[in-house]
Design a protein around this ligand. Structure first.
Ligand code: AP5
Ligand code: ZN
Length: 213
């Protein structure tokens, strides 16, 4: 079963994807995570990617489609969760072609609906464990012991360079201009299932579980 988590920055895509990985053994393909890895590689491509991401703009279709293709063809499990991909119509077409080539299909596109005001609060309060990647929030999901990861005991907490109000404004603009047309694209195909992303993390998880069955 292959699914897409579609939604604006901070909608909770990464949080819910991690849950599906743990409970269903699915593989999370987050283009954001892949690009952040490329950023730290120190290569020319990494430097270019860092500049674009930190400002909140979208990286080129060519780069992200290449990253997805590499992972799709080399990994297998109980299905893929596309987190932050596709983000443009060109990426959506490329994904359909890649899946068809592999004899696979898309099960569902889950649209996580959250209003802009809540997104600002979520993004500005987010931090992540530098060791295992668990995602936290200053108010809605703090660690049990301050500064210590609940999952792995790691003590290095990181905040993303693009998690500031200015980059977030650009990320939202990019989302409305280039990514939100995908809602109509998948609706027309009959694949779209909306969930209320404003609910508690556990309630959102339950809505997704109900859709996936
Ligand atoms: P990416 O890493 O994909 O970032 P994003 O889409 O902006 O999404 P986020 O990771 O910010 O949010 P999320 O929805 O995963 O929310 P989370 O679960 O963390 O992309 C970053 C950049 O990379 C892009 O700007 C672009 O430059 C580039 N890029 C990536 N993919 C690309 C592509 N395909 N094409 C071109 N460029 C690409 O939750 C957020 C916070 O809220 C957390 O603190 C969490 O604890 C909290 N939270 C989550 N759910 C709830 C809830 N229900 N209630 C309360 N709090 C909650
Ligand atoms: Zn951790």
């Amino acid at each position: 079963m292959n699914i897409i988590l579609l939604g604006p920055p901070g909608a909770g895509k990464g949080t819910q994807a991690r849950h599906l990985v743990e409970t269903r053994g699915m593989i999370q393909l987050s283009t954001g995570d892949m690009l952040r890895e490329a950023k730290t590689s120190g290569t020319e491509m990494g430097k270019k990617v860092a500049e674009i991401m930190d400002a909140g703009n979208l990286v080129t279709d060519e780069i992200v489609i290449g990253l997805i293709e590499e992972r799709l063809t080399s990994e297998a499990g109980a299905g893929f969760i596309f987190d932050g991909f596709p983000r443009t119509l060109a990426q959506a077409d490329a994904l359909a072609a890649l899946l068809a080539k592999l004899g696979q299909s898309l099960h569902t596109v889950i649209e996580m609906r959250v209003d802009d005001e809540a997104l600002v609060r979520r993004i500005t309060g987010r931090f992540t464990c530098g060791n295992c990647g668990e995602v936290y929030h200053d108010e809605t999901k703090p660690t049990k012991t301050p500064g210590v990861c609940d999952q792995c005991g790691g003590t290095e907490m990181v905040r993303r360079a693009d998690d500031n109000e200015e980059s977030l404004r650009t990320r939202l603009m990019e989302y409305y201009k280039k990514t939100s047309p995908l809602i109509g694209y998948y609706y027309a195909k009959g694949d779209l299932r909306p969930v209320n992303g404003l609910a508690d993390i556990k309630e959102v998880t339950a809505s997704i579980e109900a859709i996936l069955g």
